[in-house]
Ligand binder design. Sequence first.
Ligand code: GLU
Length: 289
Amino acid sequence: MLIISRFAPSPTGALHLGHAWSAVQAHDRAREAGGRFLLRIEDIDGTRSRPEHVQGILDDLTWLGLAWDGPVVFQSERVPLYADALDTLHASGRTYRCFCTRAEIEADIAAAGHAPHAGDKPPPHPAKCRYRKPQDIAKRLARGEPFAWRLDMENAFAPYFGIGWADEIAGMQVAWPFAAGDIVLWRKDAPASYHLAVVVDDAAQGVTHIVRGRDLFEATHVHRLLQAMLGLPTPVYHHHPLLVGTDGERLAKRHGAPTLADLRTAYPDGRVLADQLRSGALPKGYASA
Ligand code: GLU
């Protein structure tokens, strides 16, 4: 079997060591098996993506000695594919228009007794729009009110109860995609959601092994359902442990983690850093959790 893996960063900020750790593992998973390693730039959100970060990603991977196969794929160029997939999901009858603003959703969640933004996971969407009357929807559409498309998760999942996936780290998993509530499929302010685009692209690119951080584990429950609904194959997953600071905090720009560009003074040859990550000897100040 030809193993195809990918690295799929969003160009919304500079890459840090956690990205390098993930890219090295995705790259090696394919290379060690004589397979292919692909690079996809997840720039679907035009309001947050920046061209300078795209160049930074290419430079960082080259510096790390991680060569990708074939052309770089940009999600911003693939919107018609996602629109086709959305049509397929509409045909299931399990999609609905959501007119709620972010503020309304947060107020509803607070009223239901959940603190918004508590922890890493978003609280489930209250799904108010799932029950709107056709007349109400028609009125809002006539007024030109913007809307997102969401998935009616309970009814969408019902026919697929019991589906799962193989995870190289966590073992066999049974999908249970309810943690994020009725996920957005198509956004108000940008095209396809992350969930829809990533599932369509991984299938279109023939990705067989998805190597990514454990922070995306919950998302895989949703991705597995979308694969089933769209009739797409299920890749093998490999959710690797995250790299954290020695204080246990996750690496993210908000914690002031040094970017890969910052690390170039200490590592003029990034291949040395990549090898260090492979050997498990993490640079000072980092741990794996
Ligand atoms: N674009 C996502 C991110 O940068 C990763 C997507 C994935 O690996 O599935 O967090």
